[in-house]
Ligand binder design. Structure first.
Ligand SMILES: NC(=O)C1=CN([C@@H]2O[C@H](COP(=O)(O)OP(=O)(O)OC[C@H]3O[C@@H](n4cnc5c(N)ncnc54)[C@H](OP(=O)(O)O)[C@@H]3O)[C@@H](O)[C@H]2O)C=CC1
Ligand SMILES: O=C(CO)COP(=O)(O)O
Length: 333
């Protein structure tokens, strides 16, 4: 039997995932702040602001702007809000969420002001135990999933039964969820690959080809694996869908906002101009500084994040960014 699933945040991914959940046989309630988005989804089954490519969302999706109505009776509550605003948005839901509901994050970012992952932010904001929090991450460009192209992701929860419950509820004939207990790994993969995508996009925008892209992706994977394992993640996770899988998708597609943001920088746009041109949140931008700080805290060297932070804060060029990826002396791989 289908479940009651609530999605907080009707952005591109929240809306596409709402369709995934509806196609899996669930009743879906979307919550959004903007009345225009609520009315569009509720009355016309269309999100013209964030996901116009889907002409008509399934009939089993509706929407509200009322927080209590949004989460009342929900078995699963899925959070898909821009990471830097997740804490402040979720604090408004504290006390409204049922005591058995599992809360799932789709977000891929690190909170800049605290350096915390989204599992930490969501659990703190909602006062949620670990067995009721799950993270979903994988190669999931929203427009492709919204077009019902085959895709997969990982759902991680410390309680594997809760992860299985979410996977069972949200798997359908084109979207498959694998389970894991490595919440830290899945969170680190999703957040850190965005920084790598900025760098790859920048190199592509500057005119470089496959070798340069592969070099950045591979060094980026080494960096995010080192940082992730130092934070407590399992290294195996980085070789899976949430790690290598998402790196391939995000670093290889102009559908990625992070890749596109980087490409615009590589073409010569300023950070301000690239921000204006971005079609949705590029989480790698605020996350870059958080990764640099996390590296210092954990004693892990983060040359790629350091170089990208020099791009974002000091305006260094693509060639300078690339040269900063390597030390002056010969290193071991
Ligand atoms: N798009 C994709 O392909 C994928 C995205 N993700 C991740 O999912 C998360 C959401 O991405 P996506 O939906 O694409 O992003 P969008 O930019 O399309 O939407 C961002 C969402 O955050 C909401 N938001 C922003 N500020 C606030 C606030 N102060 N209070 C409440 N809500 C707020 C927006 O609401 P409003 O519309 O009202 O401004 C909107 O719903 C990100 O962390 C992203 O990395 C993960 C996998 C795939
Ligand atoms: O995470 C994504 C694909 O898995 C989407 O990437 P962007 O946020 O860069 O669009």
């Amino acid at each position: 039997m289908g479940k009651n699933i609530t999605i907080l945040g009707a952005g591109a991914w929240g809306t596409a995932f709402g369709q995934v959940a509806a196609d899996a046989g669930n009743d879906v309630m979307m919550w959004a702040i903007e009345p225009e988005i609520v009315e569009g989804i509720r009355d016309h089954h269309h999100n013209a602001v964030r996901l116009p490519s889907v002409e008509r969302l399934p009939e089993s999706i509706t929407a509200t702007g009322d927080r209590k109505e949004a989460v009342e009776g929900a078995d699963i509550i899925i959070v898909s809000i821009a990471a830097q605003f997740a804490r402040v948005a979720l604090e408004e839901f504290k006390g409204l969420i049922g005591s058995d509901a599992v809360v799932v994050s789709l977000m891929k970012g690190i909170e800049r002001s605290t350096g915390k992952r989204m599992d930490e932010v969501v659990r703190e904001a909602l006062d949620l135990p670990a067995n009721r929090f799950a993270a979903i991450s994988g190669p999931n460009l929203s427009k492709e999933v919204a077009a019902r192209q085959p895709a997969a992701a990982v759902v991680a929860c410390e309680d594997i039964d809760a992860a299985r419950m979410v996977a069972d509820a949200c798997t359908n004939d084109y979207f498959k969820l694998f389970v894991s207990t490595d919440v830290i790994g899945v969170e680190m993969c999703g957040s850190l690959k965005n920084v790598v995508a900025l760098a790859v996009g920048m190199a592509r925008g500057a005119g470089y080809g496959e070798n340069t892209a592969a070099m950045i992706e591979t060094r980026g994977l080494a960096e995010l694996t080192a940082l992730g394992t130092a934070a407590g993640a399992r290294s195996k996770t980085f070789a899976g869908l949430a790690g290598v899988g998402d790196l391939i998708a995000t670093c290889g597609s102009p559908l990625s906002r992070n890749y596109t943001f980087g490409a615009n920088l590589g073409k010569g746009l300023s950070v301000e101009e690239a921000t204006k041109a971005s079609n949705g949140v590029a989480e790698g931008v605020p996350t870059t500084g958080a990764v640099v700080a996390l590296g210092k805290q954990l004693g892990v060297s983060t040359p790629l994040a350091d170089a990208m932070s020099h791009v974002l804060n000091d305006g260094i060029t693509c060639d300078q960014m690339l040269s900063e990826l390597f030390e002056d002396t010969v290193g071991e791989e």
